[in-house]
Design a protein around this ligand. Structure first.
Ligand SMILES: Cc1ncc(COP(=O)(O)O)c(C=O)c1O
Length: 381
């Protein structure tokens, strides 16, 4: 099977993991955790990085450290992975879904402003949703598929409407927005090291911030909010969200290979683009100022090509390709939430987009096979 994106463990993973096993440091303490945090902080150009058990856990902690709760609402694109929205709900806040641009597939900043101007009222420095009366506290900007939304516009809107910017950079390690690294743009940003990401720890995440108090609070919360000292005293409701040393060891070895991984992702995307654009496949357009990590090469299919039939055909031929996420406003648990859109671009993109095998260990022969099989299918369509 040619997989969508599988871990590429070709560096010092074994060596570092062996060290953990040999020295008996496999759990929530050990030298690799601060080393991995520091490596990510340096790379992303942020002052503080807090390793967590997953990207979802980091998002949950982001909500907590920013004091977002059940009286609040958070603006989020409808085209994202469900974890972004689940984290909003974990703290009792309400998502407000915003449609995306048809070409970049990132949150539509004009629609964010439309929502704030037409659907909220101002009181004591904050903007409240006219229907739910929830305080609109934050924009959760998602760097979808390694692209990054128009952060200049988002930051301007955030300043104008007194909102906090949270950056979900789960998919975007290695991407840049002008001079800024993905993961450094939000007041709080997060990364994921899930198995299919550019670098992986098997499962894991990171919370990034420039602010010492936020980092200290995040560290406290992921340690069950335990007060320093030998007694078991906890001063608020916390979580067991720490990353294990043995996983941080893998993360460190992965970070050492990040430049090669990013080059390979670029080559994969260029290969698909060169072969598939002439067939009418349309790639994601990058937002101005973005250089992408090309996490997953994703294309909109020509009109005559049926998405499900192509996915099935590829699977029968030993190729794992996949659909994008069903837009969040269409999921049962979120369908009553507010959704701001002109023409439902997210649903159009969802109905026609597929992600192709993009793992950094894919060979040229495998890439050629993917393209050949797609050509074979398109010729029959
Ligand atoms: C946009 C986005 N946010 C959050 C997450 C959650 O990360 P994790 O799987 O590490 O919990 C992911 C991916 O997995 C994601 O793609």
């Amino acid at each position: 099977m040619i997989y969508l994106a599988r871990p590429n463990l070709s560096g010092k993973e074994w060596e570092y993991v062996k060290k953990c096993l040999d020295e008996n440091w496999i759990s929530v303490a050990g030298e690799f955790i601060p080393q991995f945090e520091q490596k990510i902080a340096e790379y992303c150009q942020v002052k503080y990085a807090v390793a967590t058990s997953s990207g979802t856990a980091a998002l949950h902690i982001a909500m907590r450290v920013l004091n977002i709760g059940h009286q609040d609402a958070v603006i989020v694109p409808t085209l994202t992975f469900v974890a972004s929205v689940n984290a909003i709900c974990y703290v009792g806040a309400s998502p407000v879904f915003i449609d995306v641009y048809p070409n970049t597939w990132q949150i539509n900043t004009e629609l964010i402003e439309t929502y704030l101007l037409q659907h909220t009222y101002y009181k004591n420095g904050f903007f409240y949703d006219k229907d739910t009366h929830k305080c609109v506290k934050a924009i959760l900007a998602v760097n979808t598929l390694g692209n990054i939304p128009d952060m200049i516009a988002i930051q301007r809107i955030a300043n104008k409407f007194n909102l906090v910017l949270i950056e979900d950079a789960a998919e975007a390690l290695g991407s840049c927005y002008y001079q800024d690294k993905a993961g450094s743009i939000g007041k709080v940003s997060i990364l994921s090291f899930n198995g299919n990401k550019v670098i992986t720890t098997g499962g894991g995440g990171m919370l990034l911030t420039q602010q010492k108090e936020i980092s200290a609070h995040a560290k406290h919360l992921i340690h069950q909010a335990k007060v320093n000292g030998r007694e078991y005293i906890h001063d608020e409701i916390g979580y067991n969200y720490r990353l294990l040393n043995i996983l941080a060891a893998i993360g460190l070895a992965q970070m050492e290979q990040l430049p090669q991984f990013l080059n390979k992702k670029k080559e994969i995307h260029a290969f698909y683009q060169q072969n598939l654009v002439p067939l009418g496949f349309v790639p994601q357009k990058l937002t101005d100022g973005v250089s992408s990590n090309y996490w997953l090469s994703t294309f909109i299919l020509p009109t005559e090509v049926n998405k499900q039939s192509l996915l099935d055909f590829l699977y029968q031929n030993g190729i794992e390709a996949r659909s994008l996420w069903k837009p969040m406003h269409t999921l049962d648990m979120f369908c009553k939430s507010k959704y701001i859109s002109h023409d439902n671009c997210a649903e159009t993109i969802y109905s026609k987009a597929i992600s192709l095998p993009s793992g950094t260990d894919i060979s040229l022969k495998e890439l050629q096979k993917v393209v050949d099989k797609i050509k074979e299918f398109v010729a029959k369509s």
